[in-house]
Write a protein that binds this ligand. Sequence first.
Ligand SMILES: [Zn+2]
Length: 327
Amino acid sequence: MIIKKHEKTLAIEKLQALLRRLPTNHPRLSDVEDDLARRLAGVSGENSIDYPLSFLPSENHLIFHGLRLSHAPHFFQMDTVIVTRKFLLVIEVKNISGMLYFDQDLHQLIRTRKDGVREILPDPILQVKRQQFLFEGWLVRNHFHDIPVRPFVLISNPLTSISSNLEPSLLSQIVIHRDALPDKVTRLSEEFFEKELSPPDLKRMIMLLQKQHTPLDPAILTKHKLSSGELKAGVICPACSYSPLPRVYGSWHCPRCSVKYKDAHVAALRDYALLIGTSITNREARNFLKVESDDLVKRILNSIGRKYEGATKGRVYDLSHFRRGGE
Ligand SMILES: [Zn+2]
């Protein structure tokens, strides 16, 4: 049973907003596009686990995708966690093709691509064991004792060849091909585990995992060495991307499509929240939406802002509901 589904991460939403807002001739545009393409490929690799997971009995395998928890001073993100009453599984999904050699003396992953080019990658076994270690710390801190955590590195491409200097029987305890997952999990549940989570503890764990999930919120402008002044301001036409749309008789009017949009400012303020900040003043909104009337902006901000601080002058409106990851 899927408790927490895959979600479009906040980083992806921010990069998509950034691409809408960067001028088409901006020198950093291709870097931003590469960053987005890399993250989207990661997401499609993570989604490839859904098919093998669908073979697990739904009622006693609770599945969480993309959980990010904190075990001070560290945050750790796990691609997929499976919760059962006897054990927990932490799964790191790797969407890598070609030939993989897990060097367990030097702890590196050597990948040989189809064209013969070799590259060295960080050891995913170390990576998933670090997540296991931090997750175990998180569990103890939340008073779950004696529930074992097992790590898996899941290779999502069925044609990827796997080898190692580790005994195959040892390597296969941790590195598995995607389609072997249901069988591996079933075999684990047949192993003897001394203790089981009680139903109330299981319920408490599910609640805590959901509550303590903290989506990664990267400072995307800083990461790409950009400042807010370099972004295109204005309301954008949802059909043809023309901007800035002028406000004509209570609507945003696209001169290129000759179509009127009532609420096109909502997407613009969402971009503002994703890229610049989650609070905005009337003056800042006038600059970003490219309108002059402070009365109009006041009405707009009152209609979308959930709350605000301060008296009429210098009032700061809250846009944080636009920045919630997911969906
Ligand atoms: Zn248009």
